[in-house]
Design a protein around this ligand. Structure first.
Ligand code: ADP
Ligand code: MG
Length: 378
């Protein structure tokens, strides 16, 4: 049984001739993230808002967890559906804690239980509760506010999440980080998610299923990211996905899948001479340097090592200009390397520990492979 099911759903807004959503039939199995994508005005938001009955369908039926939502109490329905939107909708005069506590309070939880849950949620989304719970929304950055929005949607642990361009208004670097965090979170939470975006790269990164709509809310293709790229159903989908499909294939491969997990490294207390010897032995031109806890300190080139034979690595090391996370796509990694003109990227976990390394060659090899290969066969 699918977790979310649209059955021939039509929405015609009063006073408009053309439907905003037309005969939409889709099913989303439990635990999947369905990225809804299409041009502006194609009915993405309308489709999503019908799931929690912010908008009522004109005809057709929608089922959540097997139940017809039109026959369900709205409050009861919304309790099971977390909702995150681009404008976040935090209340400016409520503290972060009171904002996150809205749903538990509505459900009549005790104060103690509610506050415990708020702290737990702030932790989950990467905000230190002690530092953030008493602040007001305006005292947070855009990325931090968006995290609060996610925390609030997760408050009552709903099985279903609706996310309408949740990272749309955030700068690209923070957006990448929030996407990666959310992917990590989803690995544990396994929610069933409808994720609206207008960005095909975000859809391919976040979605385990992709639903492409044309203006008028007409379904063009509902398929895996891999099939959307390799077998577009029609010209509209092919155009929408774009001409750089080779490059887009990089979006389907995570850094963690192809990284070299045990790169040759240098230790912070080794001398330039020791580093130089190692680089010569392995025919390398530079080395990443880590401390005793595997935290990345920087890198040393063979020239720097040669000029500083007696000095310890931590004194020779230059700061790394770019790093990447395991959940990031190889497209993210490749674009970082291109923009900084570097051939290697250190892969860090969320404690800044080095867990691997990817190279521009890894990315180029993936682009060259025409037929689906192991790494692309999702
Ligand atoms: P998207 O989220 O894909 O950009 P929407 O679902 O917001 O698209 O809108 C789909 C279509 O329905 C658009 O043509 C839009 O103008 C129209 N529409 C959206 N909301 C309303 C409304 N409340 N009343 C009338 N028309 C609307
Ligand atoms: Mg919209």
């Amino acid at each position: 049984m699918p977790m979310i099911q649209f059955d021939d759903v039509v929405k015609v807004y009063p006073g408009s001739a053309a439907p905003a959503v037309k005969n939409l039939t889709i099913s989303i199995p439990e635990g999947e993230t369905c990225a809804i994508i299409g041009p502006s005005g194609c009915g993405k938001t309308t489709a999503m808002k019908m799931v929690n009955r912010l908008i009522e369908p004109t005809t057709g039926a929608i089922f959540v967890g097997g139940k017809n939502i039109l026959k369900q109490d709205t409050i009861e329905l919304r309790r099971n559906i977390g909702y995150v939107i681009q404008q976040i909708g935090l209340f400016p005069h409520f503290t972060i804690r009171d904002n996150v506590a809205l749903v538990p309070q509505m459900l009549g939880w005790t104060k103690a239980r509610t506050y415990r849950r708020v702290d737990e949620l702030l932790d989950i989304v990467g905000l230190d509760p002690a530092q953030f719970r008493d602040r007001y929304p305006r005292q947070l950055s855009g990325g931090q506010r968006q995290r609060v929005g996610v925390a609030r949607a997760l408050a009552a642990d709903p099985p279903v999440m609706l996310m309408d361009e949740p990272f749309g208004a955030i700068d690209p670097i923070t957006r990448d980080r929030l996407q990666n965090e959310f992917l990590r979170l989803q690995k544990q939470l396994k929610k069933t998610i409808m994720f609206v975006t207008h960005d095909i790269d975000e859809a391919l990164k976040m979605g385990t299923l992709i639903c492409i709509l044309q203006v008028g809310g007409v379904l063009q293709q509902l398929d895996s990211p891999k099939n959307i790229l390799s077998k577009p159903a029609n010209e509209f989908v092919a155009d929408f996905v774009g001409s750089d499909r080779g490059l887009k294939k990089l979006t389907l491969v995570r850094v963690g899948e192809v990284m070299q997990a045990t790169p040759t490294l240098g230790a912070h207390d080794e001398t330039g001479a020791e580093l130089m010897n190692r680089m010569r032995r392995h025919e390398m031109e530079s080395l990443f340097i880590v401390d005793d806890t595997q935290k990345l300190i920087g890198y040393v080139t063979i020239d720097d090592a040669q000029k500083n034979l007696g000095k310890p690595a931590h004194m020779i090391a230059s700061q790394t200009v770019a790093t990447i996370e395991e959940e990031a796509t190889m497209r993210d990694a490749f674009s970082e390397m291109l923009s900084y003109g570097i051939r290697f990227l250190p892969v860090l976990d969320n404690q800044q520990r080095l867990v691997g390394m990817v190279s521009a060659d890894d990315a180029q090899n993936l682009i060259k492979q025409r037929a689906p290969v192991a790494a692309l066969a999702l």
